[in-house]
Write a new protein. Sequence first.
Length: 231
Amino acid sequence: MVSPYETQLLRAIIATQLRHVGFEESSSRAVDVLTDVLVAYLHRLGTRVKAYAEHATRIQPTPLDFMFVFDEFRVPITDLHSYAAIAKTAMKAIRPIKIKPDTIASNKEVYRYLNPPSSLVRVEDTTGSRGEHVPEHFPPFPSAHTYLSTPVSQRKEETDPIKKHEVHAQSARQVEEALVKLYRASLVATGREDDPVFSYESGNSTTMANTGNMTGLIMSAVGNGSGGRLL
């Protein structure tokens, strides 16, 4: 838990760094976000340093623990030395930037001009709007067509067991009919149209000889008749 004094100290440090990198002013919400990021980073760094110390059966960390953590975070020690040398002389003359109070962007017509709504299928237009959970310094939402997604399939899963059984039975019949057509084509291709599995009547009309286990009979006949291959 960060105390109010520590929070204000971190805000002052961040404001000074912003001035050092070239910013003239900043909103209070932006500084709050950067403060939260810095607190999370310091908490993570301290947690890893404590873990290294406890791994070595120590209750107090040493500089070597910090070196291990900086190496884990890919922070070169030489960069820290050079930054400390610059900060010792330059930061004293730099004053923090001006932190402006939070402002609410109310002129939505400007946002609509910069980002006009799409001419696609109409949805609720959120151009220039912003949710209450979104900080004010973040850019406004673009047109809803740029981030809304459409489901790939609108098909609903069947829950009725009777209908599911009917669907499965229909699928099985379609598979069996496809196997029958495949086997018939193989007979025609090999010149064995008098195969006992089928009896040809009145041209190309066929009658299945065994309807009890037709699929197994067809597959066994295909395997035995054509050497295990479909021709």
